[in-house]
Write a protein that binds this ligand. Structure first.
Ligand SMILES: [Fe+2]
Length: 390
């Protein structure tokens, strides 16, 4: 979780009456909601509502999210081409699910229409990587502006709406994590501050900029996603009625171009690119950087077998020096147990190069990933043979 933040008004002491004139039912107070993680054991925030946040008028079944694992009879590399997806749905329900295991679900989304209903993921933290588009994430924590190449980290149980500015077609990579998304613990000093030498620090993380207090006693629906189940909750009021909050649980952004690459005279291993941590997987940012500068450095990664890990790369922009044939919004999946490495010719071609402009997002998962039927429709079956000379 990021650092402590406070927006708006909060009482001097937690769990004491926060007085106001009049108010809901004339009770003369604001209503506290404590948003916790790991039960009550980890980071939390305390919010103060105009009305109790628990006033539900109706619950409707909305159905199940359709996705199904594709049969995979052999272990092999995959190249999924997702650059030409047709826009569909909105930013929350228009997601095309591609890769998943018990810990993580990876999707692409090119929303066709604005989000009309509020949305809340009850079971997963979300990381939305904004490949294209900009706008504002609205939640009870306030307005959070986002721009291209931002990771938007949204803690589970944040009711939100993603509003995109007019113009460019929004294009998103969405990572849903069963466990909490955190800053890698080795980036933090014993005082909880991001260490000198970590690839980013507090000023690079951006929480909500201002509150948006909606004082509206009217039926408001929220789509709640819980795994594959969808429900529509009809609340008695608009839930963005928070007059103040503080704590360490809130949505925030981090821009991939603020990632400070760690480089060396020879190749640095993938953990130097780590950006987020989560149970069962890591998220890394391959940011533009200077290449290795030992006179005999091999400037593209060595061939490797991912021992006990599946590796997904999502190509964002730039020329990816070690790969041929991948384009913007390609995924490669290099699973456990079989080697992959630089494509033929790329080692020699990289020798005169001083830097790379590539930008990619990588996930390494502990458990094997499964592909959905929708993913297989984007798969290039020739990719496993792309290392053959010719
Ligand atoms: Fe790799």
């Amino acid at each position: 979780m990021p650092f402590y933040m406070k927006l708006g008004s909060v009482p001097r002491k937690r769990h004491t009456t926060f007085h106001r004139e009049g108010g809901h039912r004339g009770e003369g107070m604001y209503y506290e909601e404590v948003v916790t993680t790991a039960g009550f054991g980890r980071a939390y925030s305390i919010c103060y509502h105009l009305r109790p946040p628990t006033r539900v008028l109706a619950i409707e079944e909305v159905g199940k999210i359709p996705f199904e694992a594709a049969p995979q009879h052999v272990l092999r590399h995959h190249h999924l081409k997702s650059g030409q997806l047709e826009p569909t749905g909105d930013a929350t329900l228009g997601r095309l699910h591609l890769l998943f295991n018990d810990d993580v679900l990876l999707s692409r989304c090119r929303p066709m229409q604005p989000q009309t209903e509020l949305y809340r993921n009850a079971a997963a933290d979300e990381i939305i990587f904004v490949h294209h588009g900009q706008g504002t994430l609205r939640s009870m924590f306030g307005r959070l502006p986002f721009k291209p190449l931002d990771y938007i980290v949204i803690p589970r149980c944040t009711t939100y709406r993603l509003d995109f500015d007019a113009g460019e077609q929004a294009d998103l990579l969405v990572i849903e994590s069963q466990g909490s998304v955190t800053i890698p613990s080795n980036y933090l000093n014993p005082d909880g501050q991001l260490r000198l030498g970590a690839p980013y620090y507090e000023r690079d993380l951006h929480g909500p900029s201002e509150l948006e207090i909606i004082d509206r006693e009217e039926e408001t629906s929220v789509i709640i996603k819980d795994g594959c189940r969808l429900a529509r909750y009809v609340l008695a009021q608009h839930p963005f009625d928070v007059v103040g909050w503080d704590g360490m649980v809130y949505p925030y952004t981090f821009n991939a171009e603020d990632f400070e690459p760690i480089t060396g005279t020879i190749h640095q291993p993938p953990p130097v690119h780590q950006t987020f941590d989560a149970p069962g997987f890591v998220v890394c940012t391959f940011a533009p950087r200077f290449l290795d500068h030992h006179p005999d450095a091999v400037k593209v990664p060595y061939a490797h077998s991912n021992v006990q890990a599946d590796e997904v790369l999502y190509y964002v922009k730039g020329h990816f020096g070690s790969r041929r044939g991948v384009g913007e919004a390609s995924f490669t999946l290099h699973p456990h147990g079989i080697p992959h490495g630089p494509h033929p010719g790329t080692i020699v071609a990289s020798r005169p190069m001083l830097r790379t402009d590539e930008l990619a997002v990588m996930l390494d998962t502990v458990k094997p990933l499964q592909l959905t039927r929708q993913a297989m429709a984007l798969d290039d079956p020739q990719y496993p043979f792309s290392w053959s000379d010719g």
